[in-house]
Ligand binder design. Structure first.
Ligand code: FUC
Length: 745
């Protein structure tokens, strides 16, 4: 077999081993990709939590590991630790926000003169490690947060006995007293809104002794230590229970006891298997790894990258890091990723570390479906459903939507919200329609009809009802959203493009849902007629796509929000294939917004937008800019270079790369729609397309040399590669090998 055929055979094997086909164990082992560049590593401990420490998480419990030698610090988060309440007034200031839980400090004073230090995060395993030598002994630490066992586990090991003497402290971020007894420490308290929280730490030691003094656990001459921590609150994602469930103590205690009864290796194996069952679904290579760049610690490698010079390995690692983060902060049963994901070290975080509905939280979920992490999308969908009662009430009683002659149908949301039905700042009128896009896309990729029928479709219909009542007719008969605002930009007025495009998207998705379910024919036709009357995209006097109904766009405007591009991405109203003139106008507007973008999430959005415009050079340019300028040493995205961490840019960047490699929003599975020259040779497996397709591809010299398509649902698949198109009849579970002309091999 020549090397290329071998690579294709490997790709097919990886794809065939994807979840849903093989049992979990075989999946983890079978899906293991060839050696890849999946580690972030450093030669010094972290000093700053949000920019240097390394993130771990299982959806609910988050940790930032510093890796200090005589002073280890593990900063802790629990995803439901929020202040605030239902907040009927919609006052932003009283809406509350996300809090930090506390810290575990481990002090080992005798380890002060360390050599051969290395700190790493293995995103392929979900494990943070520290290695060093001190006094002739080699010390190692491993830390992970397990989803199957719901605990944080840290092991301190050494190649010689008796090397560990020091103290362990569990500290509450609100400075509440911590109880330490025997080999355990417990912190518990309540926030101002009455939310109860608790964390329990257990220390298991090999050799030596443990004792308690001054609220700390002291260890003396131990060979090794294992720390196990569980945490929780009494939050319940249920308004009928007043957002409160059982006090956290019993559950936290049960989780801790169960985990402590298992050997370390069993905990670790279960964690790695679980992590890899998601992570290894997608493999990506964007070019030959450079041995020279690989030899650099990640912070120096990032500096070298920012200074110029190619590093496709780093670019692929940054893509995978976004997937890693989503797995770590958004799992079924957890809350969705907030502005900082799950990682926040302050009780007054930027923008309350809340959910922002005018780009940020949606961007967090852009990579979920295309990069094969559909389960990780579920927390957002579940939170939306849980808030409906409170959001309906707030919408129905607000004078913005109330009318003397009818009851308000449906609901929408303000620009930010919490987890208790509360919301703040201005109304973001199309927010509910944008949320509906997420409910729809979950179906569009996965094809679960039962979910569509019982969960998504009723909500889509309800939000359509809201717009059936709220749309306003202009004298010329066109329908507009009244009093809208293009996010954070320009006047409040009728027919803002952002509003119009998102309502178009809602109607289109609801029509598609009715078609898929074969239901509501008359209603479906009514929606189609309403959609036809919506004021649509307009091309203005300098050839731009208008942001407002009035042709007033300023060609010098460099605003970070590009909300009038929703129709291009994440929407599908505009595309170079289906609406070339509007795509050309979008191009003019995007060029005018300038190439000097500095906001992380804005650069990520522009990556995806240029990918949708089939422009690899500019798509790559924004991705490159984001990685080079917006990534902190720990890869967390900076909202502005060097300023606060905001996770949206990480997720948006991953989604942008996926969009460069595969698109499916116009009904075609489009291979390599925007492959830049910088990634001329590479391969990808496990990317998902709408219609239940999974795609593997290898390319060389910028050209596809082979592709593998797996169909989970069966049915016809329309393929596109450049100008070539082909239609393939597929069977459920069928796998098809294609060559570069889209012919079956
Ligand atoms: C929106 C953006 C800001 C920031 C904030 C969290 O208000 O305009 O840039 O991302 O959300």
């Amino acid at each position: 077999m020549n090397p290329l055929s071998r690579r294709l055979a490997e790709l097919a094997a990886i794809l065939l081993a994807a979840p849903g086909v093989a049992p979990p164990a075989a999946r983890a082992a079978g899906a293991e990709p060839p050696a890849a560049d999946l580690k972030l590593w450093y030669r010094q401990p972290a000093k700053n939590c949000m920019t240097e420490a390394l993130p771990l998480g299982n959806g609910c419990l988050g940790a930032m590991v510093f890796g200090g030698v005589p002073d280890e610090r593990i900063q802790l988060n629990e995803d439901s630790l929020w202040t605030g309440d239902e907040n009927p007034s919609g006052n932003y200031k009283t809406m509350g926000g996300y809090q930090t839980l506390g810290n575990v400090y481990v002090r080992i004073p005798s380890h002060d003169a360390a050599t051969d230090y290395r700190r790493e995060l293995d995103i392929g395993e979900g494990i943070a490690r520290v290695r060093y030598r001190s006094g002739g002994t080699a010390f190692q630490r491993e830390c992970f947060v397990s989803h199957p066992d719901q605990v944080l586990v840290t092991r301190f090991a050494a190649d010689k006995p008796g090397g560990y003497t020091g103290t362990i402290e569990l500290a509450d971020a609100r400075k509440t007293a911590v109880q330490a007894e025997g080999n355990s420490a417990t912190l518990s308290g309540a926030l101002a809104n009455g939310l109860k929280y608790e964390a329990q730490l257990r220390v298991l030691h090999a050799g030596g002794q443990l004792s308690v003094a001054g609220g700390r656990i002291e260890f003396k001459a131990c060979n090794g230590l294992t720390l196990v921590l569980a945490a929780g609150t009494d939050y319940a994602m249920d308004s009928t229970k007043g957002w409160r469930g059982e006090p956290p103590h019993a559950k936290v205690n049960r989780q801790l006891e169960a985990a402590c009864a298992k050997p370390y290796d069993a905990l670790k194996l279960a964690h790695v298997r679980d992590h890899q069952s998601l992570f290894h679904r997608v493999h990506l290579e964007l070019g030959p790894p450079s041995a020279e760049r690989l030899a650099l610690p990640t912070d120096e490698r990032l500096k070298a990258y920012s200074g110029g010079g190619a590093d496709p390995g780093l670019e692929a690692l940054f893509f995978q890091f976004g997937r890693y983060l989503l797995i770590a902060c958004s799992r079924p049963g957890s809350l969705p990723a907030n502005l900082q994901g799950l990682w926040n070290d302050r009780n007054n975080p930027p923008w309350h570390s809340d959910y922002h509905t005018n780009i940020n939280v949606q961007m967090n979920y852009w990579p979920a479906e295309p990069t094969h992490l559909s389960e990780c999308h579920e927390p957002l969908l579940a939170l939306i459903r849980s808030q409906l009662g409170a959001w309906r009430k707030a919408t129905a009683t607000d004078r913005e939507f109330r009318s003397a002659d009818r009851k308000v149908r449906g609901w929408t949301v303000r620009t930010s919200h919490n987890i208790f039905g509360g919301q703040g700042w201005k109304w973001n009128k199309p927010a509910s329609a944008w949320y509906c896009q997420h409910l729809w896309e979950h179906y569009a990729f996965g094809g679960d009809k039962e979910y569509l029928k019982t969960v998504a479709y009723p909500i889509l219909k309800e939000v359509c009802g809201f717009w059936e009542d709220q749309l306003k007719a202009l004298p010329d008969g066109r329908l507009v959203v009244a009093n809208g605002w293009s996010p954070e930009h320009g006047p409040t007025e009728d027919g803002v493009s952002y509003d119009q495009q998102i309502v178009w998207d809602l109607f289109t998705n609801t029509i598609a849902a009715a078609d898929a379910l074969g239901t509501d024919d008359a209603y479906r036709r009514r929606l189609a007629s309403l959609r036809g009357k919506l004021a649509g995209p307009q091309i203005g006097k300098w050839g731009q796509l208008q942001e407002w109904l009035t042709d007033r766009d300023d060609p010098k405007d460099r605003h970070r929000h590009v909300s009038h591009m929703f129709a291009l991405y994440p929407g599908r109203q505009i595309s170079p294939v289906t609406t070339p003139p509007f795509a050309a106008a979008a191009r003019v507007s995007l060029v005018a917004r300038g190439s000097g973008g500095d906001v992380g999430w804005s650069n990520a959005w522009k990556t995806a937008l240029w990918a949708r415009l089939l422009d690899p050079k500019l798509a790559y340019g924004y991705y490159n800019r984001l990685v080079a300028r917006n990534a902190f040493p720990n890869f967390f995205n900076a909202c502005w270079p060097g300023r606060v961490f905001q996770i949206d840019g990480n997720f948006g960047a991953t989604a942008g790369v996926a969009e460069m490699l595969l698109q499916s929003h116009t009904g075609e599975v489009h291979l390599l729609p925007a492959l830049p020259a910088a990634w001329a040779t590479g391969s990808a497996t496990g990317l998902r397309a709408r219609g239940g397709f999974e795609v593997g591809m290898a390319w060389r010299g910028g050209k596809v040399v082979g592709a593998t398509l797996r169909s989970t649902l069966g049915g016809p698949c329309r393929l596109r590669y450049g100008k070539a198109t082909a239609e393939l009849a597929t069977k459920p579970g069928g796998t098809y090998q294609l060559d570069g002309s889209l012919k079956k091999r």
